[in-house]
Design a protein around this ligand. Structure first.
Ligand SMILES: CC(C)(COP(=O)(O)OP(=O)(O)OC[C@H]1O[C@@H](n2cnc3c(N)ncnc32)[C@H](O)[C@@H]1OP(=O)(O)O)[C@@H](O)C(=O)NCCC(=O)NCCS
Length: 404
């Protein structure tokens, strides 16, 4: 069976295409909701799959700015991918991925990234697991810090309007040095971060906003919910951290001290934390966080030459990759990376790998040596993996504190 895949033409088509995945969440594509959603996802960046004129699938791509080591790169943020349950396993997803990656390539966005609902879906289209994230639950009785904290800032509960003025300043400072973090437009803040979709709290209270300031300047903030519960007459509540972002050092410690000390909460829960979060060093007993580590962002190099040339490298050096890319054959073949630029070459290959493995290493989360050990990279010249590791090494673990 063949499907026609093309960009949506109006809000009505947009709603039907988003409903392809929305139905699995019990979502209704009301006009109000779709209008709000389209403020961040342009209608023409939502592809629809049609069978005899009826929409049976959808796949979107946010126009993002992604921080990669040493740079910020225009990137397609793949989202709301779904096939109607009546049309599953007939090639709708494959046809949508084809149209979407061709479109991203034509637009000149060298990277695409996504969060995967299942980790078995996207490897075949060239995406590789490129970051990890940790989910923690910190019991109050084990929340002491290892060292005394010298408080210098002032904490203030603010409303959404004030948060809209203050939080982006902190976000921008932190995101520019954290691979995996994304630029946020005003409408992203308004309609996704600070806006409360009715029923979105999963039983917990509304989002609360707190800002940390020093000398009148914001240095950190947190968005959290009180999930209040009493068991046999005693408080048994969770404090659910939605997002906690602060400058490195004392501001991060101050924001977390606040989140760990709110009365009635017997535990503070958070997810989507970087795996190298400062909590490992702040807490006296970090093992009680009981971290669960999972996959985070999946990255696809849409244009291998552009993508490799866009980031910076920790050391000088050169390496020759032989890239296998069945889905985007324009990338296949040998690339020499030297002096921070990747160029086509006829030199002997040193590392042979699928483009998805290049995605795994791109943000610095995973080493080529580890990928060799896991059978995802073939080392054709001894020492090439270690050399590439030194080049791709990043100062901090990539992290994306938000599922999009
Ligand atoms: C996941 C989903 C989009 C797949 O769509 P589909 O139209 O059935 O997929 P296709 O028929 O085009 O399959 C393409 C390939 O992916 C594979 N595939 C599809 N869904 C898969 C899954 N859930 N797990 C593993 N492989 C999967 C198919 O076997 C096929 O493999 P092949 O090319 O090697 O033959 C669809 O099942 C769906 O909408 N699920 C619920 C929403 C969801 O999870 N969306 C993804 C959000 S990140």
């Amino acid at each position: 069976m063949t499907f026609k895949v093309r960009p949506c033409r109006d809000l009505d088509e947009f709603g039907q295409a988003v409903f392809a995945i929305g139905q699995y969440f019990g979502m209704e594509p009301t006009e109000e909701r779709m209008e709000r959603f389209s403020k961040n996802l342009p209608i023409e960046r939502m592809h629809a799959a049609l069978e005899n004129g009826t929409i049976v699938g959808g796949a979107g791509a946010f126009p993002f700015e992604l921080t990669v080591p040493g740079a910020v790169v225009p990137t397609a943020g793949v989202t709301v991918v779904g096939t109607f349950p009546t049309h599953r396993r007939r090639g709708v997803l494959r046809a949508m991925m084809r149209a979407q990656l061709d479109d991203v390539h034509e637009r000149g966005e060298p990277l695409a990234l996504l969060w995967a609902s299942e980790d078995t879906i996207y490897g075949r289209f060239g995406y590789g697991m490129a970051s990890q994230c940790a989910e923690v639950s910190i019991p109050r009785q084990h929340s002491a810090f290892a060292r005394p904290l010298e408080r210098e800032g002032t904490l203030r509960i603010v409303d959404a309007e004030e948060a809209l003025k203050l939080f982006p300043r902190v976000w921008d400072a932190v995101r520019r040095k954290t691979p995996g973090m994304l630029g946020r437009s005003r409408s992203w803040w308004e309609f996704r971060i600070l806006f409360e979709v009715p029923g979105s709290g999963e039983g917990a209270g509304p989002k609360r906003f707190v800002v940390l300031e020093r000398d009148g300047r914001p240095e950190g903030y947190a968005i959290y919910r009180h999930n209040t519960k009493w068991t046999e007459g005693t408080a048994d509540s969770d404090l659910q951290v939605v997002e906690a972002i602060a400058l490195d050092g004392r501001p991060t410690a101050e924001v977390w001290r606040f989140l760990l000390d709110v009365d009635w909460a017997v535990r503070t829960t958070a997810s989507l934390l970087p795996v190298d979060h400062a909590l490992w060093w702040l807490l006296a007993s970090p093992r009680y966080m009981k971290p669960r580590v999972g996959d985070g962002l999946w990255v696809r190099l849409v244009d291998v030459g552009e993508a490799l040339s866009a980031r910076s490298y920790a050391t000088d050096g050169a390496v020759v990759f032989d890239v296998i890319d069945e889905f985007c054959p324009w990338n296949a073949g040998r690339w020499r990376l030297a002096g921070g630029k990747a160029k086509r070459t006829t030199a002997d290959a040193q590392l042979r790998l699928d483009v998805s493995a290049l995605g795994c290493a791109y943000l610095g989360a995973f080493s080529f040596s580890g990928l060799v050990r896991g059978g995802r990279v073939e080392e054709l010249r001894r020492g090439a993996a270690a050399r590439a590791d030194a080049m791709f090494a990043a100062e901090r673990a990539p992290s994306c504190p938000e599922i999009f």
